[in-house]
Design a protein around this ligand. Structure first.
Ligand SMILES: [Fe+2]
Length: 293
């Protein structure tokens, strides 16, 4: 008996019935998204001619991901990241015109404390000091008042506080209310590349695929202001290793920044630095909510 083939999956009754099974959802968006998901997953099964053994292997992967997931560790989020899905959602959901968005990553903490504009986040820890400053603007380069930045990064050992019990949970993270002209500044350290977690099924998949496990160095920043579309993004120091092979596909050309020498004596004195010290200057551009809809 010949094996049936479906060159156009929507023409087979299984796909048609499965898509239709979601069509009566109370939420029309749920019906649309689930219908499209079924359609494309069925097309994937058809095109790849997925074997039963491969299907079972896929189910085992998802089961292992569930078993290692807890309130501090989400293997499904990591799976989304390394498949490029997280970045693709960024790409399709961002309104045009502003600073590019990038992945949120797993280490954001909603409980970061508000600190004064111009704070020194470095305390006594190791790491090359970097003065990070800039302005929050609209797409016409006008300053946005009442903007806030939410900042976090890893320490000199490459770890975030969630990975390193020796760190204060608030280490190298803060929220800062910008001034009336949208300006912000803080003193931090140079961030470092790090690997995604490799002790779960996603790590095994990366190894089996001969893929890298590293992310380039980056600062995480969320920029928000009343009336504007919030921006979740990252800044990537130029010259970092893995800038061109980020395993979660988060790098955008417009987010690569130079860490440059700065000779500002007033800033040096304020932070107890010796000029020249390092600085990153970057202005963020937000899209107005009304123009994004
Ligand atoms: Fe990160």
């Amino acid at each position: 008996m010949n094996k049936p083939t479906f060159s156009q999956p929507l023409n087979n009754p299984v796909t048609q019935d499965a898509v239709a099974s979601f069509s009566k959802a109370s939420d029309p968006r749920l019906a649309e998204v689930m219908g499209l998901l079924v359609k494309h997953l069925h097309a994937f099964v058809d095109e790849s001619k997925l074997s039963k053994a491969e299907w079972l292997q896929g189910l085992a992967f998802l089961t292992a991901a569930a078993q290692i997931t807890d309130h501090e560790r989400n293997e499904f989020s990591l799976f989304s990241d390394i498949m490029g899905i997280s970045s693709m959602v960024d790409v399709v959901s961002q309104p045009p015109g502003g600073t590019p968005s990038s992945v949120l990553g797993p280490f954001h903490n909603h409980d970061s404390l508000i600190q004064a504009n111009g704070s020194d986040l470095t305390k006594a820890q190791a790491g090359e000091r970097v003065w990070l400053h800039g302005q929050v603007l609209d797409v016409h380069q006008n300053p946005i008042p009442n903007a806030q930045i939410d900042f976090w990064q890893n320490a000199d050992n490459g770890l975030y506080p969630a990975q390193d019990s020796a760190q204060d949970p608030q280490n190298l993270r803060c929220k800062i209310n910008c001034d009336a002209l949208g300006r912000f500044n803080l003193l931090t350290i140079r961030p470092h590349p790090y690997t995604v977690p490799t002790d779960g099924p996603v790590g095994a998949l990366l190894a089996a695929s001969n893929r890298g496990i590293w992310r380039p160095a980056h600062f995480h920043i969320i920029v928000s202001a009343p009336g504007y579309v919030g921006l979740v993004t990252e800044l990537f120091p130029s010259g970092s290793d893995y800038l061109h092979n980020d395993t979660v596909f988060g790098v955008r050309p417009g987010l690569i920044v130079d860490i440059k020498d700065c000779n500002d004596q007033d800033v040096a004195k304020r932070f107890g630095l010796t000029a020249p010290f390092k600085e990153v200057a970057f202005d963020f551009s937000l899209v107005q909510q009304t123009s994004a809809s």
